[in-house]
Write a protein of this length. Structure first.
Length: 266
């Protein structure tokens, strides 16, 4: 029960990895605020979380709208008294398009939710954490924020931005005992990837690139978030933990392969 007595706000927790964070945090004793734009789905997850034996409330709010974020934070504090942990998980990746085909609204949609939304939630919750004397913020980035991905320009840019936002906020808020870290998951078998999990060619194409030769599991990301949310990570600040099965370090051909090829040719 590493999070007993803590209150966690997890954005985008109505499904996917966010829902797994909510359940994982509750199992460690945290009271959890469930958020998504869809209030009914948020209520259903809050009921599930309550059945674990902690408090939970559902708040429908769009993280890209400052008035929604302000209301969400006020409602959360009114109901549960404080926010100790913030997981900025809400994210969208609604299209695969080459740069020349992206419309302005498409660019705005992705950047507004994935980057501006993280800033708005950090700012609104961060102010409360500063008043409270501390807190822990965990931002969900992606390996795509390091590597970039063709067809995912705004998504890649937004996730790179989340890592820099994490670093600068950590510098600024260390003096208030607010730590800010990020997680960059690789290809995870769940959440927004669910529709492609039965597409053999896509899954094998993706896993081939991963040195561990498999997709990640949502629970493998939850464990990292629990670590960053607990006192076990008390000296970690401003960093991004990558969980990608080795993908970011992968090169299709390395020195050892070239030497082997050279020896083969004589
Ligand atoms: N799955 C992966 O392989 C993977 C890999 C790397 C990083 N990530 C990141 O992990 C996070 C979770 O992804 P996921 O795969 O679990 O996605 P998902 O299944 O599509 O879930 C996204 C969640 O965000 C919420 N959401 C979307 N827009 C929102 C908004 N404007 N305001 C508030 N909530 C919003 C959704 O609820 P509503 O629709 O009800 O709003 C939903 O609960 C994202 O940041 C994603 O970029 C995922």
């Amino acid at each position: 029960m590493k999070l007993k007595g803590k209150v966690a706000l997890i954005t985008g927790s109505t499904r996917g990895i966010g829902r797994e964070f909510a359940i994982g945090f509750a199992k460690e004793g945290a009271d959890v605020i469930i958020n998504g734009r869809n209030l009914e789905k948020a209520k259903a997850v809050a009921e599930e979380v309550k059945s674990i034996g902690v408090k939970s409330i559902a708040i429908g709010a769009d993280v890209s709208l400052s008035q929604d974020v302000t209301r969400m934070v006020e409602e959360a504090i009114q109901s549960l008294g404080r926010i100790d942990l913030l997981v900025n998980n809400a994210g969208v990746n609604p299209f695969i398009l080459e740069a020349e085909k992206i419309k302005e609204e498409g660019w705005d949609q992705v950047i507004d939710v994935n980057l501006k939304g993280v800033f708005l939630c950090c700012q609104a919750v961060g102010k409360k954490m500063i008043e409270q004397g501390g807190g822990k913020i965990i931002n969900i980035s992606s390996v795509v924020g390091f590597l970039g991905e063709q067809g995912f320009l705004p998504y890649s840019v937004s996730k790179a931005g989340v890592m820099m936002l994490t670093r600068v906020l950590a510098y600024e808020w260390s003096k208030y005992h607010v730590t800010v870290n990020a997680i960059a998951p690789g290809f995870i078998a769940g959440g927004m990837n669910t529709p492609i999990l039965n597409k053999e060619i896509l899954v094998s194409g993706l896993t081939q690139q991963v040195p561990l030769k498999r997709l990640g599991k949502p629970e493998e990301i939850v464990k990292i978030a629990l670590f960053l949310a607990s006192e076990d990570s008390s000296y970690i600040n401003g960093t991004t933990i990558v969980a990608d099965g080795g993908l970011t370090g992968y090169r299709p051909v390395g020195f050892i392969d070239l030497i082997a090829e050279m020896m083969k040719r004589g």
